[in-house]
Structure formats: structure tokens, C-alpha cells
Design a protein around this ligand. Structure first.
Ligand SMILES: [Zn+2]
Length: 706
């Protein structure tokens, strides 16, 4: 351990726990004031190997505001009396939870009681067969990794009897500040259970099942929250969420009652996952519960397939995940597993997080965000991501991956907008919305988008956007046909070996940069449209790629539009009948990347609130903060951008930033938080301009403003 013990001698423990506590007004709930979270995920062995004082000192030295401490539900870390709450075999007579709780409290940290309602043992299966998930043959379902454990059913009394008994016991014994469940609600997919209760429900995986699934989540969430509040009114319940745009729980429903959005989004592996997974999660949080607490769990352990729970990952990869957490407006959470031998057999995961969190703590006021200042919205289509069946051989995530990449390459500042949050007051701040294959939209959502366009808003949509209702029923015509001025002229056409081409018919800003060519690539799949007046791009139908003797179009000119571009009053409208963003993602085609960026730029209009000019691939966020404004720049210019993990950072050079200043705001100082230096700036004609000389992995330009 390399704790600086002198620090503890001179600073009172309470002062260590978050510099904002003293400054923030009293009517802000405590959970909205936390800036850093920590968790050593406790193993059964920890009661005999973990030094509790050392554990608490470590978290205090990271200036952690709240720690997760394991109660569990699979195995008790205290002297429980709840039947089937099996005590860990190394627990003995100790009150391990109680000792940890007291040690954390002594150092001014809040304590969240962490439970896992997902698994229990054979003896519970014998006594309470109704608690467990069943397969089609009626057998209880073993846990996939350890066959001694069985999966519990969220529709059973396990959730309404057993878990509440543990929660009430914890309330009665300990000074906890909140109750938390890990592994529930289910994250990756909805459960498939054939127990007696579940047989009464609609078929798993359907929209009808999803409704019951969400009702159950809301019911249990409220139940657990009421139990949490029995302890103190300021206590509350929260649970693991995350899953990005593919979250299984209805995010808008949950966003209403969820005090704290806890994202179990711990990191990527060495697979082909882009680096921005954590930022994307932050955007999802902002879309559904603006202003409430959101934390992102970052694994110190090795995420991926296979994973190594007890070995540290690349420090650069972990650091980028922390960077994205902060940039996207979430609170960072350092997570390690097992405390043998002084906080793990691999202790390399201790120091980097301490260094990072202590740097962050010096600048807390700049990470307290009031609002995003982006004026471009990207509709995230949760229902589409859960229920839409994309063309054979394609994956739904490729649409957002492709659009996200285009947005980063074009250096756009954007927010996510959930399809259930498109009321006029939600959309007013956006000059344009992008709909990447947002196939499922209700009549009401189409009406909201129509009203948005009528009020001067601009839209860009692709492929099957609005071709299905919110219940995944196919429409005969696009729900937004009138808005884009399009008419469906047939069923989807897929091309496999040779994509269709798009013929340039006339100049248009969306075609900027295409010189000396008549054709650019179309996409892999498209919905044929009826002809429109004055098309900018038309379809050259697909033909064979091999043999090359036959690689020419039998029909070189058609009037089928490959893009429909319209202006209607102040609003600009672009519709691509092809899956251009997905095809760009899977082929990497630079023409499609250019076409998308040009199109987004055209619909977004002149005068973006922030521009950043310089080399490299970056992701940007800009916030109004407690101290003024903050422009966050993440440097993804890295060979590991599209495939984990980051091995090293590669600095980018000068980035010229220009930001519109709201009327009446003056600037006293621009401070680079990573470089820890003030830089020169200029305010002219309502804009502030400055240059960030160099960015390694991340920089925050904090604009001190009154
Ligand atoms: Zn069941």
C-alpha cells in the first residue's frame, strides 16, 4: 500500500470525502453531490484476508464519497438470520459488513449496501422451488459458471419475500445510506423462464412481455425504495443499469423514479468494440434523466472474453474509460475484485485510480454540469434496438456505430434524444435531429417530429426509419413519408457481392468534395422509393462484382432516389433510403463517411455552438457548469480506437476552439484541467476563442465565467 498517511494526519476525515459537500446547498440530495465512487467487490475469502482499515484508508485516499459494501443475497457477509441467506464459509462469527460500514463512516464516506438477488443454492431450491427460473422441461436453471448456484426468477416471491427480508435486516442493524442490487434488473437480455409464474406471461422477448417485464421492474423498484426509506427519508434504492442504447429496462419509465443511474458498463475487451462505449453510455443517461446522478463503473479488472477478474487491465484503457465518464457527465467509479494480500494479488490497480481521482478532486466544480450546450440531437430508438429485426446478416448496433463514428469524424457536438422524450419542450434546444434507422416510431412520435419540422427543426433519417409502429408492426408507408416527401415503391432490396451505386445528379452541399466522379457508393440495403422532383442522387441498381466482365450496370440511369433532400421553410430534410451509416461502418468506405458528415453538417445549419479545428479523431462534450463552462475533448487518435485495448496514448497538436457565449456572460479565465495551466483567450462578437496546444488522452478547457 502506498497510502500517504500523512494526509490523514492533517486533514479531518470528513473533509476528505468530497470537497463539494460543504459548498453545495442543503436542498440538493446527498447522492447528487457525490463525485467519486469506489468498490472492492468482496469475495467469500475476504473476511479472513482483507484488512478493513487498509480498505477504508484506500478509498478515503481516493477522496471517495460513497463505497459499495457487500451484503449480498447469494452469501452473507454478516450474521444474518434470514433463512437461506447462507453465511460465507470464512465469515466465522465476524460482522464483516458492519466493520466495513463503520470504517467507511469513520472516514466520512457514505455506505451503499450492495445485494445480488440473482442466485441462490441447492438447499433453497429444495425448500422454495418457486423462487427459481425453470427451463422448458421444468428443471431449475443452473448458473452458467458455477453449477452449485441456480438462477432466481424476478417474477417470484424471492424478490418480494426473501430480498425484502434482507433489506429490512440491514436497515435494522446498520447505518447505511442506500440499498443497491447488482445483477437485477437483468442487463444483457430479458430472462427466458418457464416457471409457473412466468408461464402466465406473454412469450419472452416480445413487446408484450417487455411491458410486463417493465411493470415488474417498476413495482419492485418502488417496493425496495420504500424499504430503503424506512431507515431514513434520504435513503433510496437503486440498481444496476447500463446496456447503452440496448438497455433491457424501459429507460424513460425508470428515469422517472430512478435517483441514481448506475451503469454497469465496465470496459471493453480485445474484440472489435470502439473506444467510445463509455461516452455513449453517458449520452444515454443524459437523455433519460437529465441532472440526476449517473455513475459509470470502470473495471480495474480485465474485461473481455475471457475475462480475468483479479488481474489489472491496461492502465491507459482504464484511464480513457474514466476520461469518457467525466466528459460525458457521469461520476467515475473504480471497481476491483478481492482484497487478498493488501487489496488483491495484483495491486497494480490501486495507484492509477488514486492518482486520477485526486487530480479530479482538485477540479470538482468543473465537473458539476448544469446542461449540455449541444444543439444537435441523435434519436436513440430504444424500442428499435430491442425489437427491430435488421436485414439478415446485419446487426442493429452497426447503425449507431456507423452514425456515431460519422459524428465524431465530423467533430459534431451532439446529445442523445430518447424516442419517448420528443415533446416540444425537449426538442426546442435542437436545430436538427438525426434518426439512424429509427425503425419503430409510434404515430404520436411521428406527429411530434412533424411538429418539430413545422416549427423549423431539421431532420436526417436513414433506411427504415418510421416504417414500423412502436409495436413493431410494419406500416404500408413510412410514418414520416409526408415530412420527407417520400413514397415507398417496393420491398427492401439487398445486395451482397456488389453494392448498388448512387449517381450524382446535381451539385448539393451534401455532395461537397466529390469531384471527378459520376458515382459514389450507395449502400448494402435500401427501401426503393418512388421518383422525386430534381433528385440529387439516384440509384444505379446492383449488378455482379464477379466476373468483372459483367461488372457494369444493365441499367445505368434510373429515377429511383438514393437520397431525398428538401427544404421546407427554415427546416432542412435529408432522407437516405439505404442503410448508409451501417454500410459505412461495415465497409469503412470514406465516401459514405463524407456523405454522412456533409449531410449532418447541412441539416445542423450554420453556427454550431462549439467548433474545434485541428488534427485527429476526437469526441467532444460542452457543458454549462457550476463554475462557468467546460469543453471536454477526448483524443481517440489511437490504433486501439476500434479494437481494445489502448496500449499507449498518441498526442494531437493544436485544437482551435470557438464557442458561442450566452448573452451577458463574461469570462475571467480559461484553464486546462489536465495540463493544469491557464491559456490565453479572446472574446469577440459573442464568441470565445482559444487554442489547446496539445492533447494526450483528454483535456478539459474550463471556462471560468460569471
Ligand atoms: Zn419465472
Amino acid at each position: 500500500m502506498e497510502i500517504n498517511r500523512r494526509e490523514f494526519a492533517v486533514i479531518p476525515a470528513a473533509a476528505l470525502a468530497g470537497s463539494l459537500f460543504a459548498a453545495a446547498p442543503d436542498d440538493v440530495p446527498w447522492q447528487r453531490k457525490i463525485r467519486r465512487l469506489g468498490q472492492l467487490n468482496m469475495t467469500e475469502h475476504d473476511p479472513v484476508v482483507l484488512n478493513v482499515e487498509e480498505w477504508a484508508d484506500y478509498w478515503a485516499s481516493l477522496k471517495i464519497d460513497a463505497v459499495m459494501v457487500s451484503v449480498t443475497g447469494i452469501m452473507a457477509f454478516y450474521q444474518t438470520k434470514v433463512p437461506f441467506h447462507r453465511k460465507g464459509k470464512f465469515l466465522g462469527n465476524r460482522d464483516f459488513f458492519g466493520e466495513c460500514c463503520a470504517a467507511a463512516k469513520k472516514r466520512g464516506m457514505h455506505v451503499i449496501a450492495r445485494m445480488s438477488p440473482d442466485l441462490n443454492w441447492e438447499d433453497a431450491v429444495q425448500a422454495h422451488p418457486e423462487w427459481f427460473q425453470r427451463d422448458a422441461q421444468g428443471n431449475p436453471i443452473h448458473h452458467r459458471e458455477d453449477a452449485r448456484l441456480f438462477n432466481t426468477c424476478m417474477f417470484s416471491t424471492y424478490m418480494t419475500d426473501y430480498m425484502p427480508a434482507i433489506m429490512k435486516e440491514i436497515n435494522s442493524l446498520y447505518d447505511v445510506d442506500g440499498l443497491f442490487t447488482n445483477a437485477w434488473p437483468p442487463l444483457g437480455a430479458m430472462p427466458v423462464c418457464r416457471c409457473a409464474e412466468c408461464r402466465k406471461l406473454p412469450e419472452p422477448g416480445t413487446l408484450a412481455y417487455w411491458e410486463k417485464f417493465n411493470q415488474r421492474i417498476v413495482y419492485l423498484w418502488k417496493l425496495y425504495d420504500s424499504i430503503a426509506k424506512e431507515k431514513k427519508p434520504s435513503n433510496f434504492f437503486f440498481a444496476n443499469l447500463g446496456g447503452g442504447i440496448r438497455s433491457t429496462a424501459d429507460l424513460v419509465q425508470l428515469g422517472e423514479l430512478c435517483e441514481w443511474f448506475q451503469c454497469d458498463n465496465q470496459g471493453r475487451g480485445g474484440d472489435e468494440t470502439p473506444i467510445w462505449g463509455c461516452s455513449l453510455q453517458g449520452r444515454v443517461c443524459n437523455a433519460v434523466q437529465k441532472g440526476k446522478m449517473a455513475t459509470n463503473v470502470t473495471a480495474g479488472w480485465s474485461t473481455g472474453v475471457p475475462r480475468w477478474r483479479n488481474v489489472y487491465k491496461s492502465p491507459e484503457e482504464q484511464q480513457m474509460w474514466f476520461d469518457e465518464t467525466l466528459a460525458s457527465g457521469m461520476v467515475p467509479y473504480h471497481h476491483i475484485v478481492g482484497g487478498e494480500n493488501g487489496m488483491g494479488e495484483d495491486r497494480r490497480w490501486l495507484e492509477p485510480a488514486r492518482k486520477y481521482f485526486n487530480w479530479m478532486a482538485k477540479h470538482d466544480v468543473h465537473f458539476v454540469n448544469k446542461r449540455s450546450i449541444a444543439n444537435l440531437g441523435v434519436v436513440m430508438g430504444q424500442r428499435t434496438h430491442l425489437f427491430y429485426k435488421p436485414p439478415t446478416g446485419t446487426q442493429m448496433r452497426q447503425y449507431m456505430d456507423g452514425m456515431y463514428y460519422a459524428l465524431l469524424e465530423g467533430r459534431f457536438l451532439f446529445d442523445f434524444v430518447h424516442e419517448d422524450k420528443m415533446a416540444p419542450e425537449e426538442l426546442r434546444k435542437y436545430s436538427a435531429l438525426v434518426l439512424p434507422n429509427t425503425a419503430l416510431l409510434s404515430d404520436e412520435q411521428c406527429r411530434q417530429l412533424r411538429a418539430y419540422v413545422d416549427a423549423g427543426g431539421s431532420l436526417l433519417a436513414t433506411f427504415e426509419t418510421s416504417l414500423y409502429t412502436e409495436l413493431n408492426q410494419r406500416r404500408a408507408e413510412f410514418g414520416l413519408a409526408d415530412v420527407f416527401g417520400i413514397r415507398k415503391a417496393g420491398d427492401m432490396v439487398s445486395t451482397n457481392f456488389n453494392g448498388y451505386m448512387a449517381r450524382i445528379e446535381k451539385p448539393h452541399p451534401i455532395l461537397n468534395g466529390f469531384a471527378n466522379t459520376n458515382w459514389i457508393p450507395g449502400a448494402q440495403n435500401r427501401v426503393p422509393l418512388a421518383p422525386v422532383d430534381g433528385p440529387v442522387l439516384t440509384v444505379v441498381p446492383g449488378f455482379v462484382g464477379y466476373p468483372p466482365e459483367l461488372s457494369y450496370p444493365p441499367q445505368s440511369h434510373t429515377d429511383e432516389p438514393a437520397a431525398v433532400v428538401r427544404e421546407k421553410g427554415k427546416s432542412r430534410l435529408v432522407y437516405f433510403p439505404g442503410d448508409v451509416e451501417r454500410t459505412m461502418w461495415t465497409t469503412g468506405h470514406t465516401d459514405l463517411a463524407r456523405l454522412l458528415q456533409n449531410s449532418i453538417r447541412w441539416v445542423a445549419g450554420a453556427n454550431p455552438p462549439v467548433t474545434i479545428v485541428g488534427d485527429g479523431v476526437i469526441e467532444t462534450f460542452a457543458w454549462e457548469t457550476q463554475a462557468g463552462f467546460a469543453v471536454h475533448v477526448l483524443n481517440y487518435t489511437n490504433p486501439a480506437m476500434h479494437r481494445g485495448w489502448i496500449r499507449d496514448f498518441y498526442p494531437i497538436g493544436p485544437q482551435k476552439v470557438s464557442m458561442e457565449l450566452p448573452k451577458g456572460r463574461s469570462v475571467t479565465r480559461v484553464e486546462l484541467l489536465r495540463a493544469e495551466a491557464n491559456i490565453p483567450f479572446r472574446v469577440t462578437a459573442g464568441k470565445i476563442e482559444f487554442t489547446i496546444p496539445k492533447i494526450l488522452d483528454y483535456e478539459v478547457a474550463a471556462i471560468h465565467s460569471a
